[in-house]
Design a binder for this molecule. Structure first.
Ligand SMILES: *Cc1c(COP(=O)(O)O)cnc(C)c1O
Length: 397
């Protein structure tokens, strides 16, 4: 297997899934898991999640069509910019739809008018002041989150009234996904408390509460699924009956980050007057496409059959692209790396493959490890895949 490539360990994926299911069974058995497509939509992963009984959690028309293509029976349709065609299809299929924009109410009116009797059920994404509840923790910080209808301004209450007045429409749920810097239990206390407030103040009798994603996964010293669910369940039970109201979770990172590795090789070592650069065939664009990570989980695998080299105080691990900032990390006080040694990045399945650009090199291969056996689940992309759908002489449109 030629580096660089991604490697998915099925056993680790399975372990995460089982922990999630066990936690759900213990704290809120009436639950559904919508796998967040955007986190990693590799077709093998989507098939796996479907076989595990997950719903598809999608946030665009393209993703909605991908979920249909993959044969998902039920889709959770979120996002601020849905497509009208897919929105209307979702209404017809009875998918879980969480409204996030005023124009969707017009589409809903259209969908409801076209149906005799059976109401269209929808949820509403609620925007609430997470930063006030958890200072320093919300992703939006002092600027606030931008998704959903604002609870504090009364916009959420107004859309509730608007939908109540719409014939053929029922409010089935609220969606409360929040992204945070901390993934702390406190975030989910705030989410559960917001769900309770909705019931008390708007008198909504809900089929579901969608608490979104954003959990830690696969890290022993961080909160586990059972912790998140215990905390949410104890708050939600003050207002909701688990027999009546379903809990929807939308994990992405916590499921797909832990089982994926990125395997790279050292191809060259060079010294300048300022640094020792270890050049690898991997790149930061494949493990940190947004260029924001401060550190990685990794291990070094020296190539066999050689004496270990001397130790060096500092080595700068660099990638194959021609960007100066394609530097992955500094290796401190470690044996001198040499061509042929491998650097394996761990827990890199989330927001990596799906965000990588087709820059300088095309997509690397993806392999699957299952009980020690390896198979290929995506071939490396080459020129043929790169040029598809492009022409060198345009047709007038
Ligand atoms: C991104 C997203 C998720 C998944 O978030 P993770 O941090 O990857 O678990 C779930 N729901 C919605 C609405 C999202 O936008």
């Amino acid at each position: 297997m030629k580096t660089p490539y991604y490697l998915i360990h099925r056993g680790i994926l399975e372990e995460g899934m089982e922990k999630l299911k066990a936690a759900i069974a213990r704290y809120w058995p009436n639950a559904a898991v919508g796998y967040s497509f955007k986190t990693n939509a590799l077709p093998w992963v989507l098939q796996y999640m479907k076989e595990q009984g997950c719903l598809a959690e999608v946030v665009s028309e393209d993703e909605y069509e991908l979920a249909e293509h993959m044969g998902y029976d039920r889709i959770v349709y979120n996002g601020p910019v849905k497509g009208k065609d897919s929105f209307l299809r979702a209404c017809g299929r009875g998918d879980v739809i969480n409204l996030d924009a005023a124009r969707e109410v017009d589409w809903l009116r259209e969908a409801a008018a076209g149906r005799q009797g059976r109401p269209v059920k929808v949820g509403i994404r609620m925007n609430f002041d997470l930063e006030a509840a958890c200072p320093g923790e919300a992703s939006g910080g002092a600027e606030g989150g931008r998704f959903g209808f604002s609870y504090e301004t009364g916009s959420f209450g107004r859309i509730v009234e608007e939908l109540r007045a719409l014939p053929g429409v029922e409010i089935a749920g609220v969606h409360l996904h929040c992204s945070s810097k901390t993934r702390s239990l406190k975030i989910y206390e705030a989410v559960a408390a917001a769900a309770c407030r909705v019931r008390r103040e708007c008198g909504l009798d809900l089929d579901y509460i969608d608490v979104g994603g954003g959990y830690f996964g696969g890290l022993a010293d961080r909160p586990q699924y059972a912790d998140y669910l215990r905390v949410m369940s104890s708050i939600l039970r003050e207002e909701y009956d688990p027999g009546r109201t379903m809990l929807i979770m939308e994990p992405g990172t916590s499921l797909i980050s832990p089982p994926v590795e990125y395997v790279t090789s050292v191809v060259d070592v060079k010294d300048t007057n300022r640094n020792r650069f270890v050049v690898t065939d991997g790149s930061r664009i494949h493990v940190d496409p947004l260029m924001t990570k401060k550190s990685y989980f990794y291990r070094l695998e020296p190539s066999g059959g050689r004496e270990a080299g001397g130790r060096l105080e500092k080595q700068v691990i660099a990638g194959f692209t021609c960007m100066e900032n394609d530097r992955l990390f500094e290796l401190k006080d470690a044996p001198a790396l040499r061509a042929g040694d491998r650097i394996v990045y761990e827990k890199v399945g989330a927001y990596t493959m799906c965000l990588s650009p087709l820059f300088i090199g095309y997509y690397p291969a993806v392999y699957l490890e299952e009980e020690g056996k390896i198979s290929c689940i995506r071939e490396k992309w080459g020129v043929e895949e790169y040029v598809q759908k492009s022409v060198t002489e345009g047709k007038q449109v």
